[in-house]
Structure formats: C-alpha cells, structure tokens
Design a protein around this ligand. Structure first.
Ligand code: IMP
Length: 200
C-alpha cells in the first residue's frame, strides 16, 4: 500500500518510514507524490490540525495520507503555547526567541509542569480515520540547558532523567518522546486495521 506523509519535514519522514519498516506500506513524501499543499492549521486541538493536513492530502491524491501535529502544553499558561507552538510570539521569532518568550511569560509562576504532545492521524479515501496520541511530561526550566534537538527542547527538563530534552542524544530522545510514543501506538492501530477488510 502507498501512503503519503503530509509534511515537508525530512526528519519526520525518516521517523515515519522507520516506524513502518517491515510492513508492506511505502511512505511517499509530499514531493514524491507531487503534492503541494498549503493547509491552514486552524484547529483548536493537535488532532484537528493533523486531521486537516491528512484529509487535504488524501483528497488531493486519492490515496491514504498521514499527518502529525505536535507542540508544548504548559499548566501555568492554560495550555499555551499548545497548537500555536510553532508560531508562538508571531512570525518574527526563531526557536530561541520562542522559548525565551515562554520563559518570560512563566517568570512569575511556580507551576512549571508541562508536556509535549504529538497527534498522528491517517485518513483513508473511504473516509476511515486512524489516530494516536503520545505525550511526554516534564517541567519548564528557568534557563536553557543543552545544545541538541530543536524547538523548546533546551527549556524542557525531564526529572526522571535529570536532564533537559536538549541534553539527550537523538536516540535517548526518541525513546521517551511524545512523537516516539505516538508512533509506537499508531503502528499497533495501523497493523490491526490492515488485518481487517477495507474498501479503500
Ligand atoms: P509541528 O508539529 O511540526 O507543527 O511542530 C510544532 C512545534 O512544536 C515545533 O515548531 C516546536 O516549536 C514544537 N515542538 C514539537 N515537537 C517538539 C520537540 O520534540 N521538541 C521541541 N519542540 C517541539
């Protein structure tokens, strides 16, 4: 079965390919599928945004399409930056600008609890939808630590490991990350789905 990943992110593509290794599913990138998509991510949940991207790709190509959406959720800021994680503070900020804004906005709060969330959704031409969510809990530091990873990794601390996400190797991060957890769950759901008969 051919399936397209509605993303231009090469890193995500290799993670998804690795996840579906040893199945007879070939994951095409958007460019391999000849797909140019501009989807407005105006959902209020990660699942809704992933669904919007996957549905648009599935409709455009007529083959099953997967998409993911992820971000950082904090307790003190009522879930912010949440679905706005990639555009927190507006267009002018880079990763560092965004996490520094988060640190400023949380300056006066003692509640540092936060989690990374990843939602994966797959839409089939017959209308079937599969979805999985992964979470990774931690606390927001008061200053950045570490050089690895991306996004909010330098300010996200995992108490059980005694390190920030940016102090982990890629392998260590994959083992505990929200995306890793969502991918493991998704693979199980997907394998179950493939065992059934589907007109897609
Ligand atoms: P998207 O799912 O590609 O739209 O990414 C959403 C945003 O959430 C990213 O731009 C990052 O700011 C943040 N984010 C998602 N996953 C991670 C992660 O593993 N580490 C750090 N930041 C992340």
């Amino acid at each position: 079965m051919k399936l397209v990943l509605a993303s231009n992110n090469k890193h995500k593509l290799s993670e998804f390919r690795e996840m579906l290794e040893r199945t007879d599913i070939a994951i095409l990138s958007q460019s391999e599928a000849g797909l140019e998509l501009e989807v407005e991510e105006n959902g209020t949940t990660f699942e809704q945004n992933a669904f919007l991207k996957a549905e648009a790709a599935c409709k455009a190509l007529g083959i099953p399409a997967m998409a993911d959406d992820s971000g950082l959720v904090t307790e003190a800021l009522n879930g912010e930056p949440g679905v706005y994680s990639a555009r927190y503070g507006g267009e002018g900020l880079n990763d560092e600008g965004r996490y520094r804004l988060l640190l400023r906005n949380m300056e006066n709060t003692g509640n540092r609890n936060a989690m990374f969330v990843s939602a994966i959704v797959c839409v089939f031409p017959n209308g079937d939808v599969l979805q999985a969510r992964g979470e990774c809990r931690g606390v927001i530091l008061r200053a950045p630590r570490g050089e690895n990873g991306f996004g909010y990794d330098p300010v996200f601390y995992i108490p059980e490991l005694g390190r920030s996400m940016a102090e982990l190797t890629m392998e260590e991060k994959n083992a505990i990350s929200h995306r890793g957890a969502a991918l493991v769950k998704f693979r199980k759901i997907f394998e179950e789905y493939l065992k059934e008969e589907h007109p897609c």
